[in-house]
Ligand binder design. Structure first.
Ligand code: HEM
Length: 483
């Protein structure tokens, strides 16, 4: 009994000692945090428990409920992590352009598994990778991809033909697969008409696991994760992904031998396999996963949301069809390039309005590497800055009383362009935004030259889910008719 009591006293004393030491080392954080407007939530947990048990479809509403209208920033606690949330453009611009806010918080981005890829990387390593891959997305480089992108769009539009005059279906499953295949063809030299459909369910499962680890941060601990139910699912998925990556790498290495290096033109895959960049096998794998995931789902969900909006807004759809017909006429062989796409001014408004209401990255985060003044607030070192692009791009303060409505014309004359950041800003903004715009516009032109669409879904009934990529839970249900 005495031994037990002594042991208990020792353990309790040690625990109290470490808690005091922990809190003392963070006294400056607590001092500054107390001065920020916000909500302490439950002691020790803050709002962690609410997010951990939230259903996926409620997660976004809970996060948004903590972002206030009366102050540009709001403080909350996620267990021991101080979070400062915002939907104010002035705060976001300051964060995106600040060297002290360059890094990503591992509590969110460490959950993504591919730790050696652009999205979760921090500091100098991120800067090095980014400098290399920027070369793959310059306007000059992209000019060479128009042909492949157009061919892939045509293949995708053809694949939809069996759906003509059939009942409503979820168009995402076509567009998601096509988007994966298009990225493979244009950036990895990998031409395969089937692998998109094969890989799509695993990509979906990967996103679900990533989201679970964000909601329940303890799953980022390797031991806990390995003993959880989702670990087996993850291992199975990774075997398939690795097989696919090996196939792409082997194919490209063989191509380089056969063409004596003449195939290399600074595509993503060329940069990855270039010996002078000295990427490790893990980096090659992780960057391939980052590029495949960031490119395919954001583009596919944006395109699918756009189609759903056009199916719901027949007048806007007709205006787009008129523009496409007036520029393309009955010409069969069109040349797609920058000048050609620039002529589609109404299409441009449609794409912009779609990404305003349905930003694929609805929330992004950064971690402060030092104490920093942002818009008059002193933010402590190691604060997680959470920015809701979604809330900002729907805020009536910047977009007027009809902010929630789909109205592409609003982009003809923007009063508050600073409140539009769908690809974010600064040195970490989306690397593929120009490429994404080309892919989406090329697809929509080809699609509406062939089809018109309808839906029974109602705009006001839509329910959104903040998975890693913003998703419409009612799904992207449309019916297709031949034009
Ligand atoms: C409509 C389509 C797209 C949207 C809305 C979108 C949006 C975003 C957003 C919000 C971020 C986070 C930026 C930040 O943390 O500040 C991001 C990052 C990124 N995106 Fe995109 N994206 C799209 C398409 C693409 C495509 C097609 C590619 C690849 C070709 C791509 C590659 C990336 C990469 C690699 C990053 C990480 C950049 C870094 O941390 O340096 N994205 N994107």
């Amino acid at each position: 009994m005495f031994v037990f009591q002594s042991l208990l006293t020792f353990l309790l004393t040690t625990l109290v000692f470490y808690v005091i030491k922990f809190r003392w080392s963070r006294r400056r954080l607590y001092e500054l945090a107390a001065k920020l407007p916000g909500d302490n939530g439950v002691p020790l947990l803050g709002i962690l428990h609410k997010l951990a048990i939230a259903k996926r479809e409620d997660y976004m509403d809970i996060v948004l409920s903590y972002i206030r209208n009366d102050t540009p920033i709001t403080r909350v606690w996620l267990g021991p992590f101080l979070v400062v949330a915002t939907k104010a453009p002035e705060v976001m611009h300051a964060v995106f352009n600040s060297p002290q806010c360059y890094d990503k918080p591992s509590i969110f981005y460490g959950s993504l598994f591919f730790t050696e890829g652009l999205i979760p990387l921090s500091g100098k390593t991120h800067e090095r990778h980014r400098k290399i891959f920027n070369k793959a997305f310059t306007p000059k480089r992209l000019q060479e991809l128009y042909g492949i992108i157009k061919d892939r769009a045509e293949v995708c539009v053809k694949k939809l033909e069996p759906r003509v005059n059939q009942e409503e279906f979820d168009v995402y499953y076509y567009i998601g697969a096509c988007s994966l295949e298009s990225f493979g063809a244009a950036n990895l030299n990998f031409h395969d008409d089937l692998y998109g459909h094969e890989m799509l369910p695993y990509a979906d499962a990967g996103f679900a696991i990533g989201m679970k680890r964000i909601q329940q941060p303890w799953l980022n601990n390797e031991f806990i994760f390995r003993n959880s139910k989702i670990s087996k699912e993850f291992d199975y998925m990774m075997v398939l992904v690795q097989e696919y990556v090996s196939k792409v790498v082997n194919y490209n290495n063989q191509l380089t031998i056969e063409t004596n290096g003449a195939n290399k033109v600074d595509k993503v895959i060329d940069l990855l396999l270039d010996p002078k960049h000295d990427f490790t096998d893990q980096e090659i794998l992780d960057e391939m996963i980052v590029f495949a995931l960031t490119s395919f789902d954001s583009t596919a969900k944006t395109l699918s949301s756009g189609l759903l909006m056009l199916a719901m807004h027949q007048d806007i759809q007709q205006k787009l069809i008129n523009e496409i017909d007036s520029i393309c006429g009955t010409e069969k062989e069109l040349t797609f390039d920058n000048d050609f796409l620039q002529r589609f001014t109404y299409l441009d408004l449609i794409v912009k309005e779609t990404i305003r209401l349905f930003p694929a990255g609805p929330i992004v985060a950064r971690e402060t590497s030092d104490e920093i003044d942002i818009c008059g607030y002193k933010i402590p070192k190691k604060t997680i800055m959470v920015m809701s692009i979604f809330a900002m791009q729907r805020d009536p303060k910047y977009w007027g009383d009809d902010a929630h409505l789909y109205r592409p014309e609003r982009f003809e004359n923007l009063e508050n362009p600073q409140a539009y950041l769908p690809f974010t800003g600064g040195k970490r903004m989306c690397i593929g935004y120009r490429y994404a715009m080309i892919v989406m516009k090329t697809f929509l032109i080809n699609f509406f030259r062939n089809y018109k669409i309808d839906t029974t879904l109602k705009y006001e009934d839509l329910k959104l889910e903040m998975s890693l990529v913003l998703t419409i839970l009612n799904r992207y249900m449309i019916s297709i008719k031949k034009r």
